[in-house]
Design a protein around this ligand. Structure first.
Ligand code: ZN
Length: 121
């Protein structure tokens, strides 16, 4: 089998309203365009699922980076979906991923309804 490695895994919510924004953002910001991609309602809300997917991506595709994108007005968060909650979950996810996969870079974003990507650091 030919070697096939990816630069990153990109985790987003399933919400259809944001897919075009995400697609365009990946086109503009992501080169080379080799990345695994996973979509789960609430994105960073599903840390156990995400960790499983990252583990597979690390083993199979030797990824170097995990990108987590939560978004405004997320139905998976419902009335608890204020920005502070998203930031808290993204921070927690980032910390756990770095502990579990020390060699991985982690980037987290909060995607607004207008398509703006807000980096969460
Ligand atoms: Zn969502």
């Amino acid at each position: 089998m030919e070697k096939h490695e990816a630069e990153a895994i990109v985790i987003t919510c399933i919400d259809f309203r944001f897919q075009e924004y995400i697609h365009n953002w990946l086109e503009e910001n992501f080169k080379p365009r080799t990345f695994d991609r996973g979509a789960f309602a609430g994105a960073a809300k599903n840390l156990d699922t995400i960790l499983t997917q990252i583990d597979v991506a690390v083993r199979l595709h030797k990824i170097k980076k995990a990108v987590l994108i939560n978004h405004e007005d997320c139905g998976a968060y419902g009335v608890e979906g204020h920005v502070d909650h998203h930031v808290r979950d993204l921070h927690a996810a980032s910390k756990t991923i770095k502990e579990r996969f020390p060699d991985l870079k982690v980037e987290t974003y909060y995607l607004k309804l207008d398509g703006a990507f807000q980096p969460i650091v």
